[in-house]
Ligand binder design. Structure first.
Ligand code: NAP
Length: 253
């Protein structure tokens, strides 16, 4: 049980991040719950964790902002030794074909989903790397089945950000393996969270579920369990691994 170790979860206030925060608290981590704007949701999760007798703090910060990321990790420093980073914050923007996308829209997708994950990983490595006095740790990225499907006519920008996360996971895993840091990713399929409504498709689950292999969406907790396993010592020999939690969607034949 990891009773004195700190886990930073970007976007830990809702959806997959919130489920991960609760499981992490039960596993004994001190949890840093990052969020962008919905303070109430973040405080609710912190309250649930404290009710379990565990420790958590909510830290507002936009992962598209380098300054916010630096402040997030400084807040985590006051909480204890960083042991795990869950690069979970991510957005899907309103569906449209690439021909209609503005540069600002594409940049927004990449700043939040890609740049944010790179910079959070950089800050985590500074604290975890053995050559810098750290004790090692785990970085778990959230990719998507969209990286394989490409999401044509809807979210090719989003799919591209997740393709970048796949490659980032493999490259960074090799780069920091000898620093005692493992880097893995979870690749969800269609999961029942608010991200679809936020991305302008409130009816997405109803529309897509009949086409899914298991004829149902996944739950945030099903994804969170995979994240927690990859972050745990039980996955000590897994690095650069990308685990599909997609109910059979977009798996290779
Ligand atoms: P969600 O329910 O929409 O929750 C998003 C979380 O990220 C919230 O805590 C939100 O904070 C935070 N967030 C959003 N933008 C942020 C920013 N710029 N900086 C910091 N935090 C930010 O999302 P989810 O469905 O759980 O998705 C989590 C991850 O899984 C994402 O990377 C997503 O791409 C990936 N994923 C999801 C699915 C799916 O079907 N749900 C499938 C594949 C992959 P606020 O509450 O303050 O807005």
């Amino acid at each position: 049980m990891a009773t004195d170790r700190v886990m930073v979860i970007t976007g830990g206030s809702r959806g997959i991040g919130a489920s991960t925060a609760l499981l992490a608290a039960k596993a004994g981590y001190r949890v840093v719950v990052n969020y962008a704007s919905n303070a109430q949701a973040a405080e609710d999760i912190v309250g649930q964790i404290e009710a379990l007798g565990s420790k958590a703090i909510a830290v507002k910060g936009d992962v598209a902002s380098e300054a916010d990321i630096i402040a997030l990790f400084e807040a985590a420093d006051s909480f204890g030794q960083l042991s795990a980073l869950i690069n979970n914050a991510g957005v899907i923007l309103h569906p449209m074909p690439v021909v209609d996308m503005t540069a600002e829209r594409i940049e927004k997708s990449f700043r939040i989903n890609v740049l944010g994950s790179y910079l959070c990983a950089r800050e985590a490595i500074k604290r975890m790397a053995r050559s810098r006095g750290g004790a090692g740790g785990a970085i778990i990225n959230l990719t998507s089945a969209a990286a394989k499907l490409g999401s044509p006519k809807e979210n090719v920008d989003y799919a591209g950000t997740k393709g970048a996360i796949d490659t980032f996971t493999v490259g960074l895993a090799k780069e920091v393996a000898m620093e005692g840091i493992r880097v893995c990713a979870v690749r969800p399929g269609i999961i029942d969270t608010e991200i679809h409504a936020s991305g302008g498709q409130p009816d997405r689950l109803q529309r897509v579920v009949p086409t899914l292999t298991m004829q149902r969406a996944g739950t945030a907790e099903e994804v969170a369990k995979a994240i927690m396993w990859l972050a745990s010592d039980d996955a000590a020999y897994s690095t650069g691994a990308i685990l599909d939690v997609s109910g059979g969607r977009a798996i290779l034949p």
